[in-house]
Design a protein around this ligand. Sequence first.
Ligand code: O7M
Length: 213
Amino acid sequence: MQKKNRVILALDVTSGADAVKIVEAVKDHVDAVKINWPLILAAGPDIIRQISRHRDVICDMKIADIPYINGLIVNQAMSRGASAVICHGFTGEDSVKACVDAAKGQAFVVTEMSHPGGKQFTAPVADKLAALAKGAGARGIVAPATRPERIADLRKLIGDLEIISPGVGAQGGKATDALRAGADYIIVGRAIYEAKDPKDAARALSEEARQSL
Ligand code: O7M
């Protein structure tokens, strides 16, 4: 994925036609499109291929199973044109490694989650999850824009692995804070696809990102 706009669109809409329309409108202002279960279930897995014609697709199925099943899931996503996948780390090193291997290194591991409940179970083990991601050869981690100080902490642990950071906009996080704390990309959903003009919203975020660096 190019590192130009520093914005990843979280395309959590539930219509394939709307999804493609939004991607066509915003594609010059985002570096990748992250898709999650709502869109995959609504539109079917071929939506991965359709969107990949416009932008790199990160398949965010937050994979969390035994290694064998993780490998099968990642193979299904990659064979449809995904550029990267997202998995959980609490399943352990072998399960994460299965994702990393099947994705040829293009896997991101969730650490501390961005919502209030993320403090309950993920925050106390986030440092360990980040270290696990690094040890398993992942491309990067997912860390919360809602707690930029945690992005800074995790950055120190993972060196030059990438950080992609959700929680900007609807969840209250700020693009500038997340990027200055060490995120490589912000992940933004509702603040773009629910905006009156998604293209303008994406452009404004990518401009803010550029100015924050
Ligand atoms: O900008 P939003 O709040 O509309 O959407 C946020 C997106 O980021 C949505 O797709 C979530 O699944 C995702 N996300 C979080 O909001 N918090 C997390 O801790 C982790 C993710 C995520 O992307 O995990 C890979």
